[in-house]
Structure formats: structure tokens, C-alpha cells
Design a protein around this ligand. Structure first.
Ligand code: GAL
Length: 337
């Protein structure tokens, strides 16, 4: 009797321990710093990072996410990264304020032994003289726990230009044999801005179309700035402007307002292109108030970034670069959706 009781007691104890063990979930600490919260596109992106992490939680695995606003200030963001290190984050997801600071930041994180997923702002490779080159970034390639998740900005620029090439008049509204355009650029240090500016125009010249750049200004990805720059250009160059290329949709939304205010009509006497496929921009494409945009897949990119972060947390091997495709969004595409 005594023996049976002892066995029973031991069994109860064991069961108790087991259920205690399974009730205790493993919580991973994730530090995320975004270059600037007020950025329209990065707001969608960061919200999806949080939502997707939550969707991956189970009874056994939880993710405690600390999000920080880099406020477009590299010193501020460096402090945030240092805090992440002190707080013992298990993984860091970083949207750099300045890609030129990538080396310094990557070094600090790698030295602390924390895996790192860089997103959205691709660090630029450079040669011995410090000039940027079209190659993978050594600070990423040389680290098996560091990677970049993004989209190839050349593709988005090419799609913008292609949508103009595809128009019946190829963008030459006044029939003078050339396409006269203005360019509204994002942050010029950013490879997205550089490549979109270059490749949108290249798509036209590659198709044998002559181009004339009337104006090229920096709008820093910002809607208000985009409106202001487009309004100025419209009052300066008037009818001469046939195409307005904006490096992103936020600036294109601003440009759309300026175009309407100047009594111009997209699709009739001017064309307007953006990138990101923000909901408002897709609506304008549908309504014929924007010629086209390019889907910058924040869902695909954020999910890939999170998936890779989870692989790193699990100690799995990763690749150094992950690419997500852009998609051309013209009226035909929107109408077919
Ligand atoms: C681009 C995006 C812009 C802006 C920028 C920030 O990929 O198209 O709207 O968010 O990233 O780096």
C-alpha cells in the first residue's frame, strides 16, 4: 500500500512538472528600428512585421518586439541599436537611416553576437577609393548571421519607364519627337532613389525614345515636398512637362494634387508615375489620375524578413541576400484585379 502510494505520488509529481514545462513558452526578444515612422511605405511595412510575428506565435514560442523610430537621425538610431545590444535582443531587424553607416552598425551588432536582418535600404558596396560599385556588400557577405532583405530598385525604375514606353504616343504628348520629363527623387543617398531615377529614363532611351530632363529635384520620399516641387515645376515649365516621374507614391500623390491644381489632366496632357502601390495611389491609377505605379511588396518583404529572423533564432543557416519582386501596376492590371 505504501509502495503504491509512493508510485502514485511520484507519477503526480512528474505529470505536474511536465505540464509546467509545456506551459512555459520561450520568449524571443526582437529589436526593430525603422529609419522614420512618418514614412508612408515603411509604416505599412513595420505594421506587417509586428502582425506577422504575432501570427507565428504558438503556445511554446512568443516574440517580444521592441520597435524604435530612427526619426531620420543616424545618431538616434545608433543609440537605439546600442540599447538593443544592452537589452540582450535575440535578433535585430534594421532599416538604416544612413546606409553609409552600415559598416559601423553591423560591426557593433556582430561583435555583440546578435544576428541581424537589414531591410529596405540596401547598403552600397564601395571600392578602395570609397566609390560605390555595383556589387554585394562585404559587411553582409562576410557574416553568416547578417543578411539583407529587399527588392531590386532597378526593376521598379524599369517598370516605371516601361509604362511610358507602352503608351500609344510613348509619352510624347506634343509630338516634338522627345519626351520631356521632370524627376522627383527620394533621399539621394538611397539606392532606391538612385536606381529608380536612372532606370526609369533608361527604359525610354533603351526603347529608342529621345528624352529631355526639365527638372530633377529631391523630395525625400515626402508627399508635401512632392506637391511643392511638382507645383513649382508646373508653373516654371507649364505645358512642356509631359511626364512626371516620382521615386515613390507619397511624392506622386503630392504631384497629383499639384497637377489637378494646375488644371492639367493625367492621361490627356501629362503622365504621372510612382512606386509602392499605396492604396491611395492604386485608386488614382484606377480613376485614371495616375498613369501607373509599381508594387513594392511590403507584405512579401516583411514576411521574408521575419521568416529569416526566425531561422536565425533557430540557429539555421541563411543566405546573405533575399530579393522580392516588384510588380508593374498600370490601369489594365488594376482593372483585372
Ligand atoms: C522605398 C519606398 C519609399 C520609401 C523608402 C524609404 O523602397 O519606395 O516610399 O519608403 O523606401 O527608404
Amino acid at each position: 500500500m505504501k509502495k503504491t502510494l509512493a508510485i502514485l505520488l511520484a507519477a503526480i509529481l512528474m505529470l505536474g512538472c511536465m505540464s509546467f514545462a509545456s506551459a512555459e513558452a520561450k520568449t524571443y526578444k526582437v529589436g526593430v528600428s525603422i529609419y522614420q515612422y512618418t514614412d508612408n511605405f515603411m509604416t505599412l511595412y513595420r505594421n506587417e512585421i509586428e502582425a506577422y510575428f504575432k501570427s507565428l506565435e504558438t503556445d511554446d514560442v512568443k516574440y517580444e518586439i521592441t520597435m524604435a523610430d530612427g526619426k531620420n537621425d543616424m545618431a538616434e538610431q545608433t543609440n537605439q541599436v546600442r540599447n538593443f545590444i544592452t537589452q540582450g535582443m535575440d535578433v535585430i531587424i534594421l532599416n538604416l537611416v544612413q546606409t553609409s553607416s552600415a559598416d559601423a552598425v553591423i560591426d557593433e551588432i556582430v561583435d555583440a553576437g546578435i544576428p541581424l536582418v537589414l531591410i529596405n535600404r540596401e547598403p552600397l558596396a564601395y571600392d578602395a577609393d570609397g566609390n560605390t560599385i555595383d556589387e554585394a556588400y562585404e559587411g553582409i557577405l562576410n557574416n553568416d548571421k547578417v543578411c539583407y532583405v529587399g527588392a531590386d530598385a532597378r526593376q521598379s525604375g524599369t517598370f516605371q519607364g516601361q509604362m511610358v514606353v507602352d503608351l500609344e504616343n510613348h509619352g510624347d504628348i506634343n509630338g516634338d519627337g522627345k519626351v520631356s520629363y521632370i524627376m522627383i527623387e527620394g533621399d539621394p543617398e538611397n539606392i532606391d532613389a538612385q536606381y529608380r531615377t536612372e532606370f526609369s529614363v533608361k527604359a525610354l532611351t533603351d526603347a529608342g525614345i529621345e528624352v529631355e530632363c526639365l527638372d530633377d529635384q529631391v523630395g525625400n520620399w515626402d508627399q508635401t515636398k512632392g506637391q511643392e516641387l511638382c507645383a513649382n515645376a508646373l508653373s516654371k515649365y507649364g505645358e512642356k512637362i509631359e511626364v512626371v516621374f516620382c521615386n515613390n507614391d507619397a511624392m506622386a500623390l503630392g504631384a497629383a494634387t499639384a497637377i489637378t491644381a494646375a488644371d492639367r489632366k493625367v492621361g490627356e496632357d501629362i503622365y504621372l508615375l510612382g512606386v509602392d502601390a499605396l492604396e491611395e495611389a492604386v485608386q488614382l491609377v484606377k480613376d485614371g489620375e495616375m498613369t501607373g505605379t509599381v508594387l513594392n511588396d511590403h507584405i512579401g518583404q516583411s514576411h521574408k524578413a521575419v521568416d529569416v529572423a526566425v531561422m536565425l533564432l533557430n540557429g539555421e543557416a541563411i543566405e546573405n541576400y533575399y530579393w522580392v519582386d516588384y510588380v508593374m501596376v498600370n490601369k489594365a492590371y488594376v482593372d483585372a484585379q
